[in-house]
Design a protein around this ligand. Sequence first.
Ligand code: C2E
Ligand code: CA
Ligand code: CA
Length: 277
Amino acid sequence: YQPEDTRLYHFYSQEILDIFFRKVILETDLHYALDRNEFQLYYQPQVNAITGKVICVEALIRWKHPEYGMIPPAEFIPIAEESGFIIPLGEWILKTACTQIQTLQSVVNNLNIAVNISACQLKTANFSEKIMEIITETGIAPELLELELTETIFIQDIESVKQKLTALSNQGIKISIDDFGTGYSSFKYLQEFSFHNLKIERYFISNIDHFKNKQALVKSIIQTADNLKLNIIAEGVETKKELDWLINNNCEIVQGYFFSPPLSIEELKKFLSRNNS
Ligand code: C2E
Ligand code: CA
Ligand code: CA
């Protein structure tokens, strides 16, 4: 067998090799990146659509690789989860976010901080204790901290997850269910767990003003959240039309490029002074 165009054949195999090597390099470099200070947290505002005020910011990690430049979290978080590096990295994220949010309290009183938590972190035996330790160490009020968890937590030992989240809730920490509607979500779990916020995944919000099926779905999510006394947060709001639809359907808290992309801490300070004064 002779491939018709050997150049094409070489092109594809080289591309596959590049992807493979990139992953191997990233896997190795990830372990040095913390000590080399290559990570940075960016913050995206969550806005009350009625008052226009920022009530919370979500911490989103960035990795500036010395050779490859900015690596998106969607690429390196799964690698960190596979290798277990997500545990020390997750601790760094929590400590940094809790420390930095304190410096913003003088700009916006009671500004909350939302931190993404990987299911692997939640699985560790001392997860709740670790969080409480970080709260004590950084001096942040527990009521200001929100943990964003995706539906993948429901495939773990449910009882142990429930215990940990209840312990944290009892300390005043808020729990959000992230990317709602994309995974193992079940309305049953919403009832069983004491979540505070439910974040509707961006996919459902995108062009919602155009799509009747998305509208029906989001309406029923909002209705359920209302019944269970959960706050709804809409992710990925990009247009005025999406925003108007959400406001008309009683979704008050919104996040997305329409208001602001994720910002560095310096940019965020400026944004908040302009916006919340
Ligand atoms: P996520 O938690 O659903 O975060 C929202 C993502 O949507 C962010 O991407 C954000 O920049 C992006 N986004 C926000 N508004 C808009 C919009 O209006 N339009 C569009 N197209 N995108 C918008 P990012 O920062 O690349 O993060 C991707 C995912 O990586 C996150 O999804 C989260 O699952 C994970 N991630 C990010 N930071 C962390 C972290 O510190 N820890 C963990 N465990 N995961 C993280
Ligand atoms: Ca999130
Ligand atoms: Ca999402």
